[in-house]
Design a protein around this ligand. Structure first.
Ligand code: G3D
Ligand code: MG
Length: 240
């Protein structure tokens, strides 16, 4: 059989929602996961974890991504709880409330440095939530642009109430995390195996596949890693 092979990957990733209390973190998660907005206030005690399955498709490749979404306690100062929640996170939504400017400066002064210190430089997306309440869209868009440049992230204006941009925000994070993982794991491991990418030998490719499997075992279960490895080894045979 000819045609393009479909690469089918299965990946699990922990992401965090960070930001001051009442910016809308819990509401964004609820909107994204169950597509609902509840008007009653929900206090987050400690950290709540919600699961969401996504399928990302691009030509020749499909990825089933499971997001483990951590809703981290909103108040600053609960350092112990926050630090353990940050560990192992691969992505973060940095959420502020467009009607309260102190919530975006608080991302800059507190949440982002704190996150980077514990989780390292991970993919993040800036979210200006409650855009339905903004009196001037132009103004809130300018603030968003300024801070997303400062943080070197993508930025979105969202509303958990109307649903605007909620899915787009999570999907942007998912995509940046996947391309990041591919780029890092791929290039680093190929180098370690001594593969000349312009003219790879069969042995070099086989080694690269082994190293890839080793790198992936950090974040994928053993059966998935083994299945992917077998498939990759199959391509080497076909190519040769
Ligand atoms: P948090 O998890 O960041 O602490 P919540 O924030 O999700 O609990 O939201 C705090 C309050 O803001 C809630 O209102 C919630 O309904 C409201 N809210 C969240 N997102 C939006 C939004 O996009 N637009 C509007 N208009 N309100 C939003 P209450 O009144 O229950 O405190
Ligand atoms: Mg909450």
């Amino acid at each position: 059989m000819g045609g393009l092979a479909m690469v089918d990957d299965r990946i699990k990733r922990k992401i965090l929602l960070l930001g001051d209390g009442a910016v809308g973190k819990t509401s964004l998660i609820r909107r994204f996961v169950v597509d609902k907005f509840a008007d009653e206030y929900i206090t987050t005690i400690g950290t709540k974890v919600t699961k969401k399955d996504l399928r990302l498709e691009s030509p020749g490749r499909a990825t089933d991504l499971t997001f483990m979404i951590w809703d981290v306690l909103g108040q600053k100062g609960y350092k112990g709880i926050q630090e353990s929640a940050f560990q192992g996170a691969k992505g973060a939504l940095l959420v502020y409330d467009v009607t309260r400017s102190e919530t975006v400066t608080s991302l800059e002064k507190y949440w982002l440095p704190h996150l980077t210190k514990i989780a390292g430089p991970i993919q993040s997306v800036l979210v200006g939530n409650k855009v339905d309440l903004a009196s001037s869209r132009r103004e809130v868009a300018e603030v968003l642009e300024y801070f997303s440049e400062t943080f070197e992230t993508q930025g979105f204006l969202s509303s958990a109430k109307t649903g605007e941009n909620v899915e787009a925000t999570f999907l942007a994070l998912a995509k940046s995390m996947l391309s990041d993982a591919d780029a890092r794991v791929g290039s680093f491991e190929a180098n370690r195996a001594g593969v000349d990418v312009k003219a790879p030998t069969r042995e070099g490719l086989r080694l690269a596949v082994e190293y890839l499997a080793e790198a992936e075992s950090d974040f994928r279960n053993a059966a998935d890693v083994e299945a992917t490895k077998k498939r990759r080894l199959g391509w080497i045979k076909e190519a040769g």
